[in-house]
Design a protein around this ligand. Structure first.
Ligand code: AR6
Length: 184
């Protein structure tokens, strides 16, 4: 399933983001940038210790990152140009501004990717695992945020040509396909 917005192709894939074929991936990390479980664990395992070393450097320099922010490291042993680490919100029932913070994760990751001249970028389903954000709202928030971002930019400012949503779980992949279809 794919749609084109402002000349950028948005697609949905199901699988492991560490095996994705493209230039840069986004990680769903934590504020301390300590490698954890879920997609974060998979990226650190596959990328080797270099990623954790660079996360530690960021931690020393600026004390980690806040929910909604993003930071860049190399990809270690992985074949990507880099990994963008962002921190999603922990779901607390929905009245703590969680959706706004989740939206910022996508925006700040896209800002960083464009600043690096990245042409293809993959997002996992940020916050929908250990941080317990409801999947349907997370899917709508992710797609709305990315589509608004892409629509709001002058094509000359956007280096990106392809943005993939890589869903590990079947139910998320189905949600994303249905939601993307509704946009087309
Ligand atoms: N590739 C793509 N997606 C994956 C993979 C993978 N290899 N593995 C899991 N997912 P989570 P969060 C999906 O828990 O909710 C970590 O400990 C997973 O099915 O990874 O943002 C961090 O250090 C789910 O849909 O991230 C933080 O402490 C999605 O990735 C905390 O978890 C996000 O689930 C962040 O929690």
């Amino acid at each position: 399933m794919q749609i084109t917005v402002n000349r950028i192709v948005l697609t949905v894939e199901q699988g492991d983001i560490t095996a994705w074929n493209g230039e840069m991936i986004v990680n769903a990390s934590n504020s301390g940038l300590y490698g954890g479980g879920g997609v974060d664990g998979a990226i650190h395992r596959a990328g080797g210790p270099r990623i954790a070393e660079e996360c530690a450097e960021i931690r020393c320099r600026q004390g980690g990152i806040l929910p909604g922010e993003a930071a860049l490291t190399s990809a270690g042993l992985l074949h990507f140009r880099g990994v963008i680490h962002t921190v999603g919100p922990i779901w607390k029932g929905g009245s703590a501004g969680e959706a706004v913070v989740l939206s910022r994760c996508y925006q700040s990751s896209l800002d960083l990717a464009c600043a690096q001249g990245v042409q293809s970028l993959a997002f996992p389903n940020i916050s929908t695992g250990i941080y317990n954000f409801p999947k349907e709202l997370a899917c709508r928030t992710a797609l709305d945020s990315v589509i608004q971002y892409v629509r709001g930019k002058d094509p000359a400012e956007l280096t990106l040509r392809r943005i993939d949503f890589v869903c590990f779980e079947q139910d998320n992949a189905e949600l994303y396909r249905a939601e993307l279809e509704a946009y087309s």
